[in-house]
Design a protein around this ligand. Structure first.
Ligand code: SF4
Length: 367
């Protein structure tokens, strides 16, 4: 038993339900700035990742207390490492000793988040939930400064943000956030087609998306934009692909991340699909839409397919094969645009029946 450190099991801070996969890959420290989504209306989502719960701001005191508790967990883990003779290094042996020595610790999300973050270098943090930027700028600046002062090893602090929220922020406010340490924003573009944006109630126009993206980059932050192939179904395939490429070409974000659409239970688009009002794309149609999109893209971004819903099929031997690489850095454009187009052509030669189908994705769930 690590008797002097049992308080570790009682230390906790609030953690929201989701973060982008790339932030999971880097084991970012999760700091909850707001709860849930302030919009909750997009018909493919409806706040589903946040269990449709009500949006709430968090006070500066609450957030600071969370950072203090994450810091206390950090200090205890480091102390244990020194006591075990590892000189502050965080490794598997330290983890095993902690889990074995402190009852209940293995089920503490706060401990697991801080341990994994320390284990992977303690360099990145993600501010939760869906739109942290809706927080008054002065409060957000203060909390980012507090976070960076407590953990000087942080070199990347990121957040989700709604384009509409950024569109309404002044350039000076975004600059202040960048200077405080906010270094990357993740924005759900979904589509650059105005008709489709309206249909899915995204609450933002293509032009506002463009202006918001340009403002983020002008402030000095990195920008990750998420797109949703298939969102317009068969009827809007071409306009969705072309206008999404047009809008992203104007923004030229650092990352473009593909999240193909699947209607998920509990959302209005799922009902439209079940009622036969929305015709989903077949695997080949999805690739054809991606082809139009990629051809129209004039960017220097990295285009990434880091989500399981991107095209995947069963090989002759039955193994699941992902057409595109799934890492967080994807393909560098324009240099690798040809590589992506060739992969799409290759995918179109594979029998559609071998691809994972929409019903598979619906069963697998998750946004
Ligand atoms: S997609 Fe984003 S903004 Fe839209 S309802 Fe879902 S969490 Fe909110």
């Amino acid at each position: 038993m690590l008797l002097d450190h049992t308080r570790l099991a009682d230390l906790s801070f609030e953690i929201g339900t989701i973060r982008p996969p790339s932030e999971g890959g880097s084991y970012s420290l999760l700091i909850r700035v707001t709860r849930n989504c302030p919009w909750n209306q997009c018909t493919f989502c409806y706040g589903r990742p946040y269990n449709h719960e009500k949006f709430e701001m968090r006070s500066l005191e609450e957030m600071k207390a969370d950072i203090d508790n994450a810091g206390a967990i950090y200090d205890e883990i480091k102390k244990v490492s020194w006591e075990l003779g590892y000189g502050g290094d965080i490794n598997n042996k330290v983890g095993e000793s902690l889990i074995k020595g402190i009852p209940g610790l293995s089920s503490s999300h706060s401990f697991i988040n801080v341990f994994n973050w320390l284990y992977s270098g303690a360099s990145t943090a993600f501010l939760q939930d869906a739109d942290s930027l809706i927080t008054p700028t002065s409060r957000l600046v203060e909390i980012i400064r507090y976070l960076k002062e407590r953990f000087p090893s942080l070199n990347r602090v990121t957040s989700y943000a709604r384009a509409k929220t950024i569109f309404k922020k002044k350039d000076e406010e975004l600059k202040q956030l960048y200077e405080a340490g906010l270094s990357r924003l993740h924005i759900g573009l979904e589509t650059g087609d105005d008709e489709l944006l309206k249909k899915v109630k995204k609450g933002v126009t293509a032009e506002e998306h463009i202006q918001a993206g340009i403002k983020v980059k002008k402030a000095g932050m990195e920008l990750s934009e998420y797109i949703m192939p298939g969102l317009g179904g068969r009827a809007m395939l071409e306009q969705h692909a072309k206008n999404t490429a047009r809008v992203l070409s104007e923004i030229n974000p650092d990352f473009i991340r593909s999240r193909p659409f699947t209607p998920l239970p509990g959302t209005p688009l799922f009902d439209e699909y079940r009622n036969g009002e929305l015709e989903l794309l077949s695997p080949h149609e999805c690739l054809k839409e991606m082809k139009i999109f990629i051809e129209g893209l004039d960017v220097t971004s990295r285009v990434c397919f880091d989500h399981f819903r991107n095209p995947a099929y069963r090989t002759e031997s039955g193994n699941l094969y992902h057409l595109f690489k799934q890492d967080y850095d994807g393909y560098k454009f324009p240099e690798e645009k040809g590589v992506v187009l060739n992969l799409i052509e290759e995918g179109l030669t594979v029998d559609e029946g071998r691809y994972l189908q929409q019903e598979d994705y619906i069963r697998l769930g998750s946004l």
